[in-house]
Design a binder for this molecule. Structure first.
Ligand code: HEC
Length: 229
């Protein structure tokens, strides 16, 4: 009987801990290139950035600061979306990059997505807490795929059927950092087809909330996870 009451008391909190820990999302849908492509062509972006975004347009060789190669994974994975949007809207002082402040926010967004499409079919930014496991539904991928992470020593990725699961291996290591940026890429037939840029936050408040809900912790037997300051 006592055991039964114990279970009744703790089931709700266990469920709470699980919902905080397990997160679900979908692989980003393919980029719609049409509008961005038209804006890119109509506004002469390719004169500097090149038809395929490789930074090799006819004017490029004469520029002091060369446009980067939008097809380069190493360069582009660390390029924040906000920086691309600002560069388009405000230009980049001291360089040949002009300001296109006549564009609406949605036009700037369409252009930025088009620039991403030079490298990948789909792109997304994801925010997660260090203690969370993200399950990404990849049903929309028709061809076989594999998944890689930037720092396999720090992050684990597993594919089961068409679900990609991603988590920090030893998440307490990530608690000392304000935010840790990492990347997950989906590979099909030797090509990176999807890129997810992940910002991992320590979420100390949520960690402490979660630890409070773990029954063993309450009973004082769990010394594994110290209270996070
Ligand atoms: C006259 C040449 C020129 C034209 C035209 C031009 N750009 Fe640029 N753009 C540059 C150069 C040069 C840079 C790199 C500046 C740097 O960071 O050194 C740049 C940087 C950028 C960046 C920021 C990425 C980065 O490397 O930091 C974006 C995004 C961008 N351009 C988009 C566009 C779009 C979209 C258009 C058309 C609407 C366009 N550019 C037209 C020359 C040009």
């Amino acid at each position: 009987m006592i055991k039964f009451i114990f279970i009744l008391l703790f089931i709700p909190s266990l469920t709470f801990a699980t919902t905080l820990k397990e997160k679900y999302t979908f692989l980003p849908t393919p980029i719609l290139v049409k509008e961005g492509k038209k804006l890119y062509q109509d506004n002469g972006c390719s004169v500097c950035h090149g038809d395929k975004g490789k930074g090799d347009g006819p004017l490029a060789s004469g520029l002091k600061n060369k446009p980067r190669n939008f097809k380069d994974y190493e360069e582009m994975k660390r390029m924040p979306t906000i920086r691309m949007e600002q560069a388009i809207h405000d230009g980049l002082q001291g360089t040949a990059m002009p300001a296109f402040n006549q564009f609406s926010d949605s036009q700037v967004e369409a252009l930025t997505e088009y620039l991403r499409s030079f490298l990948v079919d789909s792109y997304d930014d994801l925010k997660m807490c260090a203690f969370q496991t993200y399950h990404i539904d990849a049903q929309n991928l028709k061809k076989p795929f594999t998944v890689e992470v930037d720092e396999p020593q720090k992050f684990a990725v597993k594919v089961r059927g068409k679900t990609i699961s991603f988590r920090g291996k030893n998440w307490t290591d990530l608690l000392g950092q304000k935010v840790h940026r990492t990347h997950l890429r989906v590979i099909q037939a030797g090509q990176i087809t999807s890129l997810i840029s992940i910002k991992v936050y320590p979420c100390k408040k949520e960690v402490n909330e979660m630890l409070k809900t773990i029954p063993l912790q309450k009973a004082g037997t769990d010394k594994l996870e110290p209270k996070v300051q």
